[in-house]
Design a protein around this ligand. Structure first.
Ligand code: ADP
Length: 383
């Protein structure tokens, strides 16, 4: 109910209650008065009752000779005044108390927020205006709570990120140092051994290079500092050309490859270089985490929901369904794949690039050993 309506209602109650009570009391007084002082004692004729002057004169005479009746009337007036005072103060107290309660609840909520407690719910009020204020207040509390949790999460993430970066960089660096020491100490005594040592050092340096590269892109994306050059292009022909370059790689790895990309055009906004990174990451993963015995890989696209869906499916090691969302977090690696080389940054980068294209990405897998499908959705470019 609106405050104005409630006030009007209380005003009506404040007006009606004393009128009714005074009416009842007056009737009682009048009956008692008439019984105690019969009308005949007023000493006036019936006809002069209609003449106010004669009537008031008669009343004056009557009260002069009956002092008890004067006190009786004074008592009646006092009771009436008392009734008016009691009923108005009760109604006023009632309405101010109910507004005060709602405002006090809000003040208490503000105090709780100020002291850092955000785990409560701001209750509503009977008054529409205060209720709206409570709703906005509660929405603000929820936002603050979310921001607090997000900040805590980001702090934790940052520390984990630093720990992971130092660990992942330290491992190949330690190994490079070990191999160089080996060369220095003359352990690589033959040219073959020396070559093998140098190859390993080179491979480890490449791991570091790859990681630093990924880190640089990952942080630039996080800080929105990576410039995108979008243009409209046919996604289907882009993907067809892209996977073409991989065919030799698939053959080398004994992967049975299937392509199902229709010839129809799927015009989307593309940053070719960045989208190339997306699919090289997804396809590299499908190759890396392939089925060790009879690896298969399929790339397909289809149009639906005002966009194009691209699916990269493998029959590889698969992922537990409850891990499917986590793999998009920076440095996250599923335990079952830890024996295979990787930094855990690829899908984090992929997700951000796809989202910059206005699209979505998710993984599907029925579990360990059951293969994985990466699905990328890009909306068709308008205009
Ligand atoms: P990386 O492959 O370098 O570890 P990614 O961010 O590309 O990092 O992937 C994160 C994790 O997701 C991987 O470590 C792996 O556990 C899991 N994953 C990604 N793609 C696949 C796939 N096709 N099959 C199985 N697991 C996958």
């Amino acid at each position: 109910m609106k405050i104005k309506t409630k006030f009007t209602l209380y005003n009506i109650i404040m007006l009606i209650t004393p009128i009714v009570l005074i009416g009842v009391i007056s009737v009682c007084f009048l009956v008692i008065f008439i019984l105690k002082y019969p009308v005949e004692e007023l000493n006036i004729s019936r006809a002069s009752l209609l003449d106010p002057f004669v009537f008031s004169q008669a009343l004056g005479e009557f009260f002069k000779s009956n002092h008890g009746a004067v006190w009786y009337v004074i008592l009646w007036v006092m009771i009436c005044v008392l009734l008016i005072v009691i009923s108005t103060t009760t109604a006023t107290r009632f309405i101010t108390r109910s507004i005060e309660n709602s405002v006090n609840d809000l003040a208490q909520a503000a105090e709780s927020i100020r002291s850092g407690n955000l785990d409560f719910e701001v209750m509503g009020s009977d008054y529409d205006e205060i209720d709206n204020l409570c709703t906005s207040f509660d929405a603000m509390r929820k936002e603050l709570k979310y921001a607090n949790e997000r900040e805590k999460y980001m702090k934790k993430e940052r520390s984990m990120l630093l720990a992971n970066i130092s660990h992942d960089l330290k491992t190949p660096i330690t190994s490079i140092k070990g191999y160089i020491e080996g060369i220095r100490d003359g352990v690589a005594s033959t040219p073959e051994k020396m070559n093998s040592y140098l190859d390993t050092v080179y491979a480890k340096a490449e791991v570091i290079d790859d990681m630093v590269n990924n880190l640089s892109i990952f942080s630039k994306l996080e800080l929105s500092r990576l410039a995108f050059n979008f243009e409209k292009g046919d996604f289907n022909s882009f993907l067809r050309n892209f996977v073409n370059n991989y065919k030799i790689d698939f053959e080398k790895n004994g992967i049975r490859f299937k392509e199902n990309i229709p010839l129809e055009k799927a015009v989307v906004k593309i940053d070719y270089e960045k989208l190339g990174r997306v699919f090289s990451n997804i396809i590299d993963n499908a190759v890396k985490y392939r089925n060790p015995e009879a690896p298969e890989l399929e790339v397909s696209t289809f149009m639906k929901d005002g966009g194009v869906y691209a699916c990269v499916s493998d029959n590889g090691i698969g992922i537990e369904p409850d891990e499917l969302k986590n793999v998009f977090e920076g440095f996250y690696r599923v335990d079952s794949s830890r024996s295979i080389k990787g930094s855990g940054l690829g899908l984090g980068i992929v997700k951000q690039i796809v989202e910059k294209h206005g699209g979505k990405i998710w993984l599907k897998s029925e579990g360990i050993g059951k293969g994985t499908t990466a699905v990328v959705y890009l909306p068709v470019a308008g205009g």
